[in-house]
Write a protein that binds this ligand. Structure first.
Ligand code: FEO
Length: 404
């Protein structure tokens, strides 16, 4: 796709990755984009590169605007390879460019590639670079989501180039939020935002809140947010900031997701009366079987819901492998403000439900105990117990949700 002018003399020169479905294990069912931006000012400045598979795409886009050898400055907001692995090729076309990067970014880039022939200038929070008509301010955002991360604010354009923050994994020919929602829907866009936040930014809610508050304190005016993935927010950049503040503050739907796996359908059979009990309390419920669902979708649905019930058979005295993988991955995402419980079936010795509760409590989640365990296959009495557990859990979800 050819360059798109997003502000006077500022162009999107990135690449659309329509085919990617596995983004370091995160299933990107709608592909993604690698956005980078060219400021065609007195000092021509490129902000970020792209993934190495697309390095010649961005060089081709730059060429449509200016000879790449005329690029004076290259800003690297983030060194993760989906943005910075194209730097080797890109620098061949602009060998005299000075690279502006955070201290931790430089340390990381030195590990990823041979930087010995490049001129690099380490920048700190608040440092500026004047390119002619535009002034760029670098704002460090450490651990959002890597230690090196920073964003670049272009004052005269009121433009925040926000790196991974506020992004979405969507491959689309639309470059802007309003273009996208005209062809698709607001729901699709919001869903992509939640999916991205849950899988990448869930551990960093507090940092996100503090950084947004810092930006507000600095009185920075923003009328466009240009992330490094997905669409650019020009219609209502405040919307994505509000969504982030809501999610960081613990907002979730008053609903329950049952995330389970099963060996011989016993744990699966338990989901039916549990779901009925939840629904009879007026709470919506979604059921996800782990082996039939990408992990990233399970994580998104967990994040969307106030309550989560985990269903697992016992195998060799521990949880079923896919449930164990889910809970360990979830633990790493450091979830907050959610209420959880567990249930499952066993043959001779139990253990899985106890183990699930231990992990949920270790994450610091509110739990509803005890869960339900059934021997071999649910009897009518077991089904009644499951139904009552569903009702009790839904009541607790409503009480807990009222706190937010
Ligand atoms: Fe899109 Fe952290 O890279």
């Amino acid at each position: 796709m050819k360059p798109v002018e997003i502000k006077p003399d500022i162009f999107w020169v990135g690449a659309i990755d329509w085919g990617i479905r596995d983004f370091h294990g995160y299933i990107t069912q709608n592909g993604t984009t690698y956005n980078n931006y060219l400021i065609n000012d007195k000092q021509v400045t490129l902000v970020d590169t792209v993934k190495h598979d697309f390095d010649m795409v961005t060089i081709g886009n730059i060429r449509r605007i200016v000879d790449p050898s005329k690029v004076t400055n290259l800003v690297i907001n983030h060194i993760e390879p989906d943005h910075a692995s194209g730097i080797g090729t890109v620098m061949k076309y602009m060998p005299d460019a000075t690279i502006y990067i955070s201290e931790k970014g430089k340390k990381g880039l030195d590990r990823y590639c041979d930087t010995s022939r490049w001129t690099m200038k380490v920048v700190k929070n608040g440092d500026t670079l004047n390119t002619g008509r535009y002034t760029l301010t670098f704002l460090e955002t450490p651990m959002l989501h890597w230690p090196d991360s920073m964003v670049t604010y272009v004052k005269e354009a009121k433009l925040l180039i926000s790196q991974d923050a506020f992004g979405q994994h969507i491959a689309t020919s639309s470059r802007f939020d309003d273009e996208f929602t005209e062809c698709h829907s607001e729901f699709e866009l919001n869903d992509a935002v939640v999916d991205y936040y849950a899988n990448i930014l869930m551990p960093f809610g507090q940092l996100i809140k503090s950084k947004i508050e810092e930006i507000v304190r600095l009185g920075i005016e923003i009328d466009m947010i240009a992330p490094d993935h997905g669409i650019i927010w020009r219609k209502d950049p405040g919307k994505i900031i509000r969504m982030y503040l809501d999610m960081a503050g613990g907002k979730a739907e008053q609903q329950v997701v049952i995330i389970y796996d099963t060996m011989w359908h016993s744990t699966e059979l338990m989901t039916i009366p549990i779901m009925k009990g939840i629904k009879d309390e007026g709470v919506d419920c979604k059921v996800i079987k782990l082996r039939a669902t990408p992990m990233s979708v399970a994580i998104k649905e967990f994040w969307r819901s106030r309550g989560c019930l985990v269903g697992t058979p016992t195998i060799n005295n521990v949880m079923f492998p896919s449930v164990s993988e889910f809970l360990h991955h979830l633990g790493g995402l450091r979830p907050k403000n959610r209420i959880a419980g567990a249930f499952g079936s066993f043959g001779w010795g139990g253990g899985a439900v106890k183990e699930a509760y231990e992990l949920l409590k270790h994450m610091g989640l509110e739990v509803v105990e005890p869960g339900v365990q059934v021997l071999y296959k649910p009897s009518v009495d077991d089904e009644n117990q499951c139904y009552e557990f569903g009702r009790t859990f839904a009541q607790r979800v409503k009480e807990y949700n009222a706190k937010f």
